[in-house]
Write a protein that binds this ligand. Sequence first.
Ligand code: 1GP
Length: 271
Amino acid sequence: MHVGDTTVLQKVRRGTNPPRHITLIDPAKQSPDIAAQRAMVAVESGSKMIFVGGSTDTPDTIVHGTCQAIQEAFELRMFAASQDPDGNESNWDIPVVLFPGGAHALSPAADAITFMMLMNSTKREFLVGEQIRGAPYLQKFGVEALPTGYVVCAPGGRVGEVGAAELIQPTDVDLVHAYALCAKMYGFSILYLEAGSGASTPVHPDLIRKAREVEDLTLVVGGGLRTPADVHAAVEAGADWVVTGTITEDAGSMDELRQRLKGLTHACTGK
Ligand code: 1GP
């Protein structure tokens, strides 16, 4: 959802904002209606951005239906807030951002896309190949590209395997620093340190701390973050954004999801 002339990138940049939470919704894991309900609970619980993506082979139509359902739900909530004297419309000005596994899972209903180079992949496909295939569609759709360096850290999970990544180990602090410098020199705005969805351990705080030394980059960290303590460790090390996906999918009910997400978003801000 877009208000005024502010680009999504302007909202995403670290600036003076406190650390923020992103809810990742994998369109393959639930119907668009349930995805929209989950997204609303996420925003009510303090999430400040929705990522749509995750699985590698989700058809365009499913991704598009999910983005549309989330956008429509947010528009209705924004309208409702505008009619309520105590309402705050800006609470629903939440970017819906594609987090793609490749050029296949795109949607014109998204506000933006993490336009990523999987920097430590050994395959051309993930360095620039999928991006070349996707760029003309994004241009046609008018979806804003968020220039993102994506670096997969151990344990890496499925994205590490599929992306043929040379995983960054917890002690590879000089290497992660070099990747961060490289991302900055390429002109990327965002550096995303990924441990893999469902990872047994999240990105090591030492890696986050070292990447943080490169100024100007907005640092996104995800994979294996489950508890408020995990989130606290990541933001204390310097993450601007933390991403969680699996705990949203695992929640047995919307109430459980709300409780879980509140714990994580409060851990971001230290409240
Ligand atoms: C995956 O970083 C995200 O790209 C989310 O990971 O599913 O482990 O929360 P989880």
